[in-house]
Each structure stands twice: as structure tokens, then as C-alpha cells.
Ligand binder design. Structure first.
Ligand SMILES: C[S@@+](CC[C@H](N)C(=O)[O-])C[C@H]1O[C@@H](n2cnc3c(N)ncnc32)[C@H](O)[C@@H]1O
Length: 250
């Protein structure tokens, strides 16, 4: 029977894991991909350190769309316990579980699930909820933000692609009655990509403008939200605000 490390080397990876025998998992994207993961972890970790003064071992974390587990594993290594990762794709959950077994990590688990089917009744609440790289792959982003709020008891970190926004006023029912836009959504076609490991599972994607995202976070029940500043050496999408990481507080 093959060892766990041999099993890891027989699979393809989105993240470069350094394995206990000194080898690393081979990734299917070029080296640029490490920068986007590292930038996001750097931003997330520095905000968690700043905001959460208390010992993280008393804090639970949920990673929505955990893919092959990298952010959930980083959260467990940072001391959060328990940590749960959920992803719609069964193969991602199997890969994440393999890595957690290799590192023999306690209080870390993964399960298959669609974000839209999660609720406080089936999962409870978590001190920290992560939703990284998911919102812009969804056809119901508002529902997903509601799920984030429902499952979160303190801090939610959302990282997403955004689109240029429209603002101003529109006629609403009649030229005599106008309403202000609170942002806008871009429609992106992923219908041909739903087999892809990072893609939408339905193919219809609504990507918010920054104004829409911030307005919605308040309307789904977060008391305040702000955009985190990317570091100097950030991945270009974060540096130029084509993607943002937002901290939303209950
Ligand atoms: C771009 S990847 C982001 C992965 C990881 N959060 C990160 O930021 O590196 C998008 C992930 O969302 C998952 N996903 C897509 N639609 C989903 C849904 N409706 N519910 C849960 N996960 C979903 C995909 O399987 C994939 O793992």
C-alpha cells in the first residue's frame, strides 16, 4: 500500500505543500499562483494578529470553499481550533483530508457542501469565517453573504474579485421617481468551465462592485466592514484593487 506522501505526489495541487520528507507537492499553475496565495495569507494573518488579541486556541474557524485546504491548514497552524473546511467538490475534500493526515493535525476537518446549503442549524457558529475566492463564482452572492453572517459570531473575511461599478440615479417605475444605485454586478460566463477545480459549480457568476459589496455586507447584518490594505509586494490583482479582502464584523 502506498504511503500518504506517495499518495500526495500522485495527485495534482493548487497549493505547494512542503511535506515532512522535504519534498513539495507539484502545482498545476505557474509560479505566479504562489504570490496570490501568499499575499492573501499575509493580509489575513496580519489582520487576525491585530484584531484577535486573545489566544487563538479558544477560537473556532470556518473556511468556506476550502479547495485543497491551504487556508484552513494555515488557520489550524496559527492556533485556531476547531477548524472546519467546506467545499462543493468531493475531490478537494479528499485532498485536504490527505494533507491533514500527513501533518497529523488535530481539530481540523473537511466536508463536502455547497455554501448555499449551510446554516446555523447544521454547523453552529464560528468565531472566524473565511470566504476567499468564492463570491465571484456564485449566481447567488447575496445568499452566500447571508450564510456568512449567519455562521459568524465575530469576524468574517471575504476576498473576492470585483468589477467596476455604476453609480448615480435611475428612473424607477417612472421618470418622476428615481432611486440611487447602491453599486452593481457584472455577469461572468463560466458555463464552459464548471469542470475546472477553481470554478463555479453552476457556470453563472455575479461579480459585485466594491460599493455593492460594502452596502450588502451591512444589509445582511454586519455592523461594520472595511477593506484591508494590500502589502507593497502584493499580487497585482490585490495591489490594483481588482480583488479586495474585506474584514466584516458582527
Ligand atoms: C477560486 S477557488 C478558491 C479556493 C480557496 N478558497 C482560495 O481562495 O484559495 C473556488 C473554490 O470554490 C469552490 N466552490 C465553487 N462553488 C461553490 C459552492 N457553491 N459552494 C462551495 N464551494 C464552492 C470550488 O470547488 C473551489 O474550491
Amino acid at each position: 500500500m502506498s504511503t500518504l506522501i506517495e499518495q500526495a505526489h500522485s495527485r495534482e495541487w493548487f497549493y505547494a505543500y512542503d511535506l515532512p520528507d522535504g519534498s513539495s507537492t507539484a502545482t498545476y499553475h505557474d509560479d505566479e499562483i504562489h504570490l496570490i496565495h501568499n499575499t492573501r495569507w499575509q493580509m489575513l494573518e496580519s489582520y487576525l494578529d491585530k484584531y484577535l488579541a486573545e489566544d487563538k486556541r479558544s477560537l473556532s474557524a470556518l473556511d468556506l470553499a476550502s479547495h485543497q485546504g491551504w487556508f484552513a491548514i494555515n488557520m489550524a497552524r496559527a492556533g485556531f481550533a476547531p477548524v472546519l473546511g467546506i467545499d462543493a467538490r468531493q475531490s478537494h475534500v479528499e485532498d485536504s483530508t490527505l494533507i491533514a493526515d500527513i501533518f497529523d493535525m488535530e481539530h481540523l476537518s473537511f466536508q463536502v457542501g455547497d455554501i448555499h446549503e449551510q446554516s446555523r442549524e447544521n454547523l453552529g457558529q464560528f468565531d472566524v469565517v473565511l470566504m476567499l475566492g468564492l463570491l465571484y463564482h456564485l449566481e447567488n452572492p447575496v445568499g452566500a453573504l447571508r450564510v456568512c453572517r449567519e455562521l459568524c459570531s465575530d469576524l468574517c473575511i471575504i476576498e473576492t474579485q470585483i468589477v467596476p461599478g455604476m453609480s448615480g440615479f435611475v428612473d424607477y417605475g417612472s421618470y418622476q421617481y428615481v432611486r440611487p444605485l447602491k453599486g452593481s454586478f457584472g455577469v461572468i460566463d463560466e458555463m464552459e468551465d464548471t469542470h475546472g477545480p477553481e470554478a463555479s459549480v453552476t457556470g453563472i457568476c455575479l461579480v459585485p462592485s466594491l460599493e455593492a459589496l460594502m452596502w450588502l455586507l451591512e444589509k445582511v447584518g454586519f455592523s461594520r466592514a472595511h477593506v484591508l490594505e494590500p502589502p507593497e509586494n502584493a499580487y497585482e490583482q490585490l495591489r490594483y484593487h481588482k480583488r479586495v479582502m474585506v474584514a466584516a464584523h458582527v
